[in-house]
Design a protein around this ligand. Sequence first.
Ligand SMILES: [Zn+2]
Ligand SMILES: [Zn+2]
Length: 295
Amino acid sequence: MDRPHDVPDTRPRTAGLPPPADGPVPGCPFCPGAEDQTPPERWALRDAGPADGPGWRVRAVPNRYPVIVPPEGAHEVVINCDRHVAAFWDLTHEEASWAARGWWERERAVAEQTHRTFLFLNQGAQAGASLQHTHTQLVGLPVDPPRLAAREAAFTAGPCPLCADLAGDDARVVAEEDGLVAWCPEIPPLTAVVRIAPRTHAPRWDRAGAEALGRLIRRVTRAAAQVVGTDAANLWLHQGRAGGPDAVHWHMEAIPRIGTLAGLELGAGVYGLVLDPTAYAARLRAAIGGTAARA
Ligand SMILES: [Zn+2]
Ligand SMILES: [Zn+2]
């Protein structure tokens, strides 16, 4: 963090995410009243009204610009909230649970139709988000992408690396919620990564675990943004395929987007780490403590 720089970095330190809007935002295809701007919904958590009209809290629709389409695969969007909120941590405790319930419902359905699912959330332009209104994407794939296959191989090669990482002292633990733990991995794949998983080994999430995940993401990503000074983040879910090996320990990686991948990272796949995981965890715990009164 304290390395000398003499190349001016003119990128904003934060993605400049706006605060929640007071009502539906004109032009936003994910706000209530704009349901005709998306393909027909696949699932919704609804208080009232028929499908594809207002009255929902969470809404899942096919992606209008899919990377893959049936029957080879699927690409859906879960609109996390009916309010125009850009930062996931601006959801309420209940809204975060409801959003994750939607992820779980759709992941389960797409997993029945495709070989492998991949769920991810991009927040902020620096992390690849093209629409501000918080949403999560779900892709169903006909094959195992190389990185997911390598990830699965790491689990099946020996003792579970996540269980091993969690077996030591709790100095790198950031927060816990209903059986899930958020911690800073001893050897993170990128600087500032926070990992969230059940304390007890489980290959695939269940509904309660998913809902707790949503609540924990909200707390952890807000703290991480405060500590590293950027709103932009990528989150993704790794879990075992339905019917796949039980060796996989399901988890989510939360990656605040600090810095830029350069020659060593892109060319050689070697990633330097600029935050000590134990010290980073302590700062995250302090940030969560400082925001607890507002949670
Ligand atoms: Zn919106
Ligand atoms: Zn495990």
